[in-house]
Write a protein that binds this ligand. Structure first.
Ligand SMILES: [Zn+2]
Length: 348
């Protein structure tokens, strides 16, 4: 038992591996973390219920500055303390998601992030650019500042523990922006991501597939820099993607029905994303659709435009049954398999 004897009769010991998620209070006001998850034997994760302040947590022997195990205290209800023992494959992990533009996290990985947070893991978002070259209504004055605010709201909705803004310039869809992110040296960006991985002792890092999704130059660069950072640090790498074939089929059909702009060529998407057969992980995020849609709604500037229709606009209008279908699964390719089954996001 890793906790001090001071807790004596207040501790209700639970059998190893039992889940007490249902007992976690809705309003969590204090979060403290235990050091060295790996050194805690089987007792990796601790949920303390009751009147537990940060100071009390220290009395219990927690180091509130260390990383690893996590204790959650709910202020306001003093019913003693429940200690949760979980096995190694359910212990707290840190996951880092790298994205190119504010709103990419909402479109591609929001459900997985919310799911990981709900499971008690630490989730960090690295955002490469300010998104200032994104399409948006010309009535928005300072698009970079607007998108930063939208990102902060999205992060709060998803419960992310930390957002690291790298602050690069959005390259724009044609890559024309001067000093755009896509032109930043791979090693320079990879080094910054590696530093976050190191600081966070992260076990999983998520980037983009080799197609950069639909091929935006900043998305392609996220693919390169995240791979480089994962390789340099030996971190388990997953690449977020979508299944190529159904998207291509839908776009060809839409073009045939003239639902797309006249200059739209659906063949451009024939090699976008990832062939279905190469996808290694499908994460069911249906329970987190609400958070995912709220995160998408937070990026209101990206549902605005002077002309044309935006993806977020279309998604926002989906009835909930269709949204569950379209947004209910998120897709990843595991790039190396040097770690154990337990380290995979699907284990969440
Ligand atoms: Zn993007």
């Amino acid at each position: 038992m890793v906790l001090g004897l001071r807790m004596d009769r207040k501790i209700k010991r639970q059998p190893s591996g039992d889940s007490y998620d249902r007992d976690v209070p809705d309003s969590i006001r204090a979060r403290v973390r235990l050091p060295n998850a790996g050194s805690c034997g089987n007792h990796h994760y601790v949920v303390a219920q009751g009147d537990l302040s940060l100071r009390q947590a220290k009395h219990l022997g927690f180091d509130t500055t260390g990383s690893g195990c996590e204790a959650i205290g709910d202020v306001g209800d003093a019913h003693g303390v429940t200690v949760r023992h979980v096995s190694n494959n359910a212990r707290v992990r840190t996951l880092i998601f790298c994205h190119a533009h504010p709103d990419d996290e909402a479109l591609l990985t929001a459900g997985t992030m919310a799911k990981a947070v709900a499971a008690g893991h630490r989730v960090v978002l690295v955002m490469a650019t300010d998104g200032a070259a994104g399409l948006a209504s010309s009535t928005i004055d300072d698009l970079a500042a607007t998108r930063e605010r939208e990102l902060a709201t999205s992060a709060e909705i998803l419960g992310l523990h930390r957002v690291v803004n790298l602050g690069y310039t959005d390259s724009g869809l044609d890559g024309a922006a001067e000093h755009g992110f896509a032109t930043a040296p791979t090693e320079e960006v990879a080094e910054q991501i590696a530093q976050v991985i190191f600081d966070e002792k992260a076990e999983i890092v998520v980037g983009y597939d080799p197609s950069g999704g639909y091929g935006h130059p900043d998305h392609l660069h996220i693919h390169r820099v995240t791979r480089a950072a994962a390789q340099a640090t030996g971190t388990q790498l997953f690449e977020a993607t979508l299944p190529r074939e159904p998207i291509a089929r839908a776009l060809h059909a839409a073009a045939r029905l003239r639902l797309t702009p006249p200059d739209f060529d659906p063949h451009e998407f024939d090699s976008a994303w990832t062939p279905r057969a190469d996808i290694t992980h499908r994460v069911n995020v249906r329970k987190h659709i609400h958070a995912k849609r709220a995160s998408q709604a937070a990026h209101a500037s990206q549902a605005s435009a002077d002309d044309g229709v935006r993806t977020l606009q279309v998604l926002a209008k989906l009835p909930s049954s269709l949204a569950r279908l379209v947004l209910g699964t998120e897709f990843y390719v595991e790039v190396n398999n040097s770690t154990t089954e337990a380290a995979r996001p699907s284990a969440l």
